[in-house]
Design a protein around this ligand. Structure first.
Ligand SMILES: O=P(O)(O)OC[C@H]1O[C@H](OP(=O)(O)OP(=O)(O)O)[C@H](O)[C@@H]1O
Ligand SMILES: O=c1cc[nH]c(=O)[nH]1
Ligand SMILES: [Mg+2]
Length: 207
């Protein structure tokens, strides 16, 4: 499954709403809602262990996530639009920030900042970026995480192009990716069709 288009109806419905032209407010809200649902899907295999809490009637057996520590990794800028939603689901997660700008002429990723937190060899990394287009930005981010010892790397995206999926699967077959939609193809400028347009511009209100 390295790249899975999540079949959940709520995700399918919300990504349809996201494609519609509309306000920055609506785009941000939907991006956050889908991010929450993607985190839910991407953490479904986290192991549980038994525990006990003191409740209203004494000691109560419960379950808790066992030995999983998470770092969220938003790719600047547009990945920041998914961060709050992801943190709603994993409020204790650390956050490691990566800045990668796609060169408009060459479409090559140009990393410009990174700030990794915690021991990455002990953490599951959930990379957040709305768009997997050529895949260059995601591959560069995975390269950086692996160089720092991270072994459990998962990517969450809103829309993926077949070209980006093929590139990511080739470069990093061990990295799983959950996407709200797999679209048709890239246009000559490297934009996903039908896609969302420029996700960074829509989240930051640049245009
Ligand atoms: O798969 P790729 O071909 O690398 O394209 C996808 C990247 O392009 C966009 O970022 P952009 O570089 O436009 O930066 P921004 O988020 O600051 O707008 C998007 O958020 C991804 O990071
Ligand atoms: O379609 C695309 C491709 C790259 N970046 C975007 O924001 N949108
Ligand atoms: Mg952009």
């Amino acid at each position: 499954m390295p790249v899975l288009a999540v079949p959940h109806p709520l995700i399918r419905h919300k990504v349809g709403l996201l494609r519609e032209e509309g306000s920055t407010k609506k785009f941000r809200e939907l991006t956050g809602e889908i991010a929450r649902l993607l985190v839910y899907e991407a953490t479904a295999d986290f192991p549980l262990e038994p525990a006990t809490v003191t409740g209203w009637c004494g000691e109560i057996p419960v379950e808790r996530i066992a030995g999983r520590k998470v770092t969220l990794v938003p790719i600047l800028r547009a990945g920041l639009g998914m961060l709050d939603g992801a943190l709603d689901m994993i409020p204790n997660a650390k956050v490691s920030v990566v800045g990668v700008a796609r060169n408009h002429e060459t479409l090559q990723p140009e990393p410009y900042v990174d700030r990794f937190v915690g021991h990455l060899d002990e953490r599951t990394a959930l990379i957040l970026d709305p768009m997997l287009a050529t895949g260059g930005s995601m591959i560069a981010t995975v390269d950086m995480l692996k160089a720092r010892g991270c072994r459990d790397i998962r990517a969450l995206v809103l829309v993926a192009a077949p070209e980006g999926i093929a590139a990511l699967e080739k470069a990093h077959p061990d990295v799983r990716c959950w996407t709200a939609a797999i679209d048709s193809h890239l246009n000559a400028d490297g934009y996903i069709l039908p896609g969302l347009g420029d996700a960074g511009d829509r989240i930051f209100g640049t245009r």
